[in-house]
Write a protein that binds this ligand. Structure first.
Ligand code: ADP
Ligand code: ADP
Length: 225
């Protein structure tokens, strides 16, 4: 669990202002959805929290430490992307163990942890499978298990369900919600899908043209659109 503070965050790409003056305190263990149309700056904001983009203004702190200029590998965040970037030449289990291996976790402990993560995402028994043979929903479950395996303080999700069909997306929203409740970790989830945000979020932050224009409980946001 970790709290994240964004203070007057800004990102310029040449003439384009992707993110402007975004300030928010993301609480320990909360699931915050950033909701807004394509191009509103959601993904750029998330990538700055992940350390994949450097802000051109403002600060980011995690648990009180200023991480604004820290690279991604020094942060305790883990990211799930829309296109499930799994390693095709590794088994499902090797994919889930990857981050643990990078961190020097011993083999037996890695295996145990991978097994328990696969169970959490309902993929028990798929460890030795080739990920390229899995369905979209199964791939995304494995991507989620891989991100969770390293026990991140913050899980960042960038449109993780957008490539799935409607039915599966709805099932996965409920599963994600359950995983979040189980883990008690801080999640920041980016989506352009209003229903998804309302299903998942403890709080919703609405983004428009690079700015955070509203933030509140789903009920508050719903009543004051
Ligand atoms: P969203 O995630 O809400 O779709 P993005 O954060 O991806 O929005 O993009 C916000 C704006 O910043 C858009 O106008 C987009 O074209 C621009 N942008 C994002 N990334 C880059 C980049 N690497 N170079 C130039 N412009 C970018
Ligand atoms: P998303 O909305 O999820 O960010 P995009 O298709 O907007 O997806 O962006 C995908 C990638 O392209 C990101 O790495 C983003 O930084 C980059 N990108 C987005 N817009 C631009 C742009 N106008 N110029 C250059 N790169 C961009």
């Amino acid at each position: 669990m970790s709290e994240i503070t964004l203070h007057e965050l800004e990102k310029q790409y040449g003439e384009t202002t992707a993110v402007e003056d975004v300030s928010v305190e993301i609480e320990d263990g909360e699931l915050l959805c950033l909701l807004g149309p394509s191009g509103s700056g959601k993904s750029t904001t998330l990538r700055m929290i992940a350390g994949l983009e450097t802000p051109t203004g403002g600060e980011i702190s995690i648990d009180g430490d200023d991480v604004t200029d820290d690279p991604a590998y020094e942060r305790t965040t883990s990211t799930v992307f829309q296109d499930w970037a799994l390693f095709p030449h590794k088994t499902v289990r090797e994919n889930v163990e990857f981050g643990l291996k990078m961190r020097g976790v011993p083999a037996d402990e890695r295996e145990q942890r991978a097994e328990s993560m696969l169970e959490r995402v309902q993929m028990t028994g798929y460890g030795e499978d080739d990920p390229t043979n899995l369905s979209g929903g199964q791939k995304q479950r494995v991507a989620l298990a891989r991100s969770l395996a390293v026990n991140p303080d913050v899980l960042l999700l960038d449109e993780p369900l957008s490539n799935l069909d409607k039915r599966l997306r709805e099932d996965m929203q409920i599963e994600l919600r359950e995983i979040h409740e189980d883990l008690d970790e801080t999640f920041v989830h980016v989506t352009h899908d209003q229903d998804e945000a309302f299903t998942l979020a403890d709080r919703i932050g609405i983004m428009d043209q690079g700015e955070l224009v509203q933030i509140g409980d789903p009920d508050e946001v719903y009543e004051n659109p």
